[in-house]
Design a protein around this ligand. Structure first.
Ligand code: HPA
Ligand code: ZN
Length: 332
């Protein structure tokens, strides 16, 4: 049997690997590791996936990570994601992980990176997906903790392409992390940061001017600041937008009101991504079809979004060009 309409080839650039932990795997890992979950069943856990804001999601997201303990657990988590990503037309994935969420529970950073690395090393052969790893600092932890985390990761930097910044945004501006970003850049890493999700446009300016980011994660609140939009458009700074996440975390009231079309009209280099797909109701292609339907996007706009995802990636030029050719050939 052949698939009538294979999903358009795309890169996923905003994906927290811990946010791909499906209830089924959470319960399996809890059993394997003898961890007690405060939910009686997968159904009961799923019923808790109703969020009022970013923090209400983060509370559950961090709590469920208790089941991730061994290298094998992290490899299983990444493999489960990659299998789903393949079905969604993902050809390249740049994957966030939150080392401090694990080291704080006594899991060594090497266990996390080696476990994820084991799955990613086989991803090209097993799933036909190229990958990169992005190490995120938790912005509601201290600047010193981020610096300690970066030093602990030094032996593994050959596995890491970029650093990022995530967790509770408001009250934790990018400038808090000036020093660790300078070190990361010195070490040859790329830099990204969540900014302008719940936080104000000023945080996007700081991510650009203080941290020197190569991409902005989310960034949807840039639309409140015309000067910022002009800057992002002129410099073609990529924005990794996550539509289903924005609705589930109440950043946007309704998908039909999402600023994505306005962002495209403003000439921004926008991409569509899934953020924490196990929690927000869809993986990469699910986000594409959701915005297509809610915002009545035509085929050419979807193709632009797919092209943007590779343009905005940290791929080498030859691989990027090959993927862009796949996008152009899709459905023709
Ligand atoms: N925002 C901030 N931190 C996060 C998110 C998000 O959407 N997902 C996982 N950590
Ligand atoms: Zn995110």
């Amino acid at each position: 049997m052949t698939t009538a309409h294979p999903p358009i080839p795309k890169a996923e650039l905003h994906l927290h690997i811990e946010g791909t932990l499906e209830p089924e795997l959470a319960f399996a890992l809890a059993e394997r590791n003898g961890v007690e979950l405060p939910y009686a069943s997968e159904e009961e856990l799923r019923r808790a996936y109703s969020f009022s804001d970013l923090q209400s999601f983060l509370d559950l997201y961090y709590a469920l990570m208790a089941v991730l303990r061994t290298e094998e657990d992290f490899a299983d988590l990444a493999n489960a994601y990659l299998a789903r990503a393949k079905e969604q037309g993902v050809r390249h994935a740049e994957i966030f992980f939150d080392p401090q969420a694990h080291t704080a529970r006594g899991v060594p950073i090497g266990t996390v990176i080696e476990g994820l690395g084991r799955a990613l090393d086989a991803a090209q052969e097993t799933y036909g997906i190229t990958t990169r790893l992005i190490m995120c600092f938790l912005r509601d932890e201290s600047a010193e903790s981020a610096l300690e985390t970066f030093e602990a990761a030094r032996p593994y930097l050959d596995r890491i392409t970029a650093v990022g910044l995530d967790s509770a945004e408001v009250g934790n501006p990018p400038s808090k992390f000036r020093e660790v970003y300078a070190l990361a850049r010195e070490a040859g890493l790329k830099c990204v940061a969540h900014a302008g999700e719940e936080g104000p446009p000023a945080y996007v300016w700081e991510a650009l001017d203080v941290l020197g980011v190569d991409r902005v994660d989310h960034g949807v609140r840039c639309m409140e600041d015309a000067d910022l939009v002009a800057r992002l458009a002129v410099e073609q700074v990529p924005l990794t937008v996550c539509p289903l996440s924005n609705v589930r975390l109440r950043v946007i009231d309704d998908l039909a009101d999402h600023p994505l079309p306005a962002m495209l009209d403003a000439g921004l280099l926008v991409t569509v991504n899934s953020d924490d797909p196990a929690y927000f109701g869809g993986y990469a292609h699910d986000n594409f079809t959701a915005v297509r339907d809610a915002l009545r996007l035509d085929q050419e706009t979807l193709r632009t979004l797919a092209r943007n995802s590779f343009t905005a990636s940290f791929l080498d030029e030859a691989t990027r060009a090959a993927y862009l050719k796949e996008v152009d050939a899709h459905g023709r």
